[in-house]
Each structure stands twice: as structure tokens, then as C-alpha cells.
Design a binder for this molecule. Sequence first.
Ligand code: NAP
Length: 101
Amino acid sequence: MVRELRHCEEHGIAFVPWSPLGGIGGGSAGVGERSPAIGEAARAHGVSPQQVTLAWELSLGERVVPISGAGRPASILDSAGAMTLRLEPAELEAIGTILEG
Ligand SMILES: NC(=O)c1ccc[n+]([C@@H]2O[C@H](COP(=O)([O-])OP(=O)(O)OC[C@H]3O[C@@H](n4cnc5c(N)ncnc54)[C@H](OP(=O)(O)O)[C@@H]3O)[C@@H](O)[C@H]2O)c1
């Protein structure tokens, strides 16, 4: 994954994460449990794990364009908060370990 991101960055290619929240089949709901670092950051900032996930994806580089799906207006409003949520470097590093898998 890191290699693909680097390739996109170097060649000016947009990277659109597939199912950025884990998908519409229930994957999104458990994102804070699957990655404890995401759950912890969400609690620390008082926001949803989904918002943290999108903020972290946005932090990966300006070529990374997460486009989450949503059926509920509340999800859209919540996710929009990811654009201004600033995660601490230590939080970004802890969440980033999921790229190593
Ligand atoms: N994955 C594919 O193969 C594929 C292919 C073609 C099209 N699409 C479309 O692309 C869109 C994205 O799908 P995806 O598979 O990539 O799923 P995703 O974006 O990883 O996850 C979408 C799920 O996340 C929930 N969600 C979004 N923002 C949230 C928030 N802030 N808080 C809590 N829950 C939140 C949505 O719930 P609510 O619906 O309850 O708001 C929905 O169940 C969908 O509209 C899908 O139809 C996907």
C-alpha cells in the first residue's frame, strides 16, 4: 500500500481509496474497533471513528481523495468534518501502522 501511494505521489496520479470506511456492508460501523488507534483518536477529539479515518486518509497526501458513501445526511455532515480535523503526529503514526499489513 505504501508503495502504491508513493508511486501515485511521484507520478501525479490521484489515489481514490476503495471503500474508504470499510464498505457499505457493515465495515464502516466497526472501523473504530478494527483499528484501536482510530477509536482512541476519535474519543480524544470527541468525533466519530469514521471522521478520524477520513482525516487520516486526507493526511496521506494531496493526491489521496477519499470519497465515502452515505445514505444518511448525518453521515455526510459528520464526514465533512474530516476536512478540518487535525490529528496529532503521534495519532497519525499510530493509525498508519494499518498500512503495514
Ligand atoms: N465498494 C464498491 O464496490 C462500490 C462500487 C460502486 C459504487 N460504490 C458506491 O460508493 C459509495 C461508497 O461505498 P463504499 O463501499 O466505498 O463504502 P464506504 O464509503 O467505505 O462506507 C460507506 C458506509 O459508511 C457509512 N458512513 C459514511 N460516513 C459516515 C460517518 N461519518 N459516520 C458513520 N457512518 C458513516 C455509511 O452509512 P450510511 O449509509 O448509514 O450513511 C455507509 O454505510 C457507496 O455509495 C457505494 O454505493 C461502491
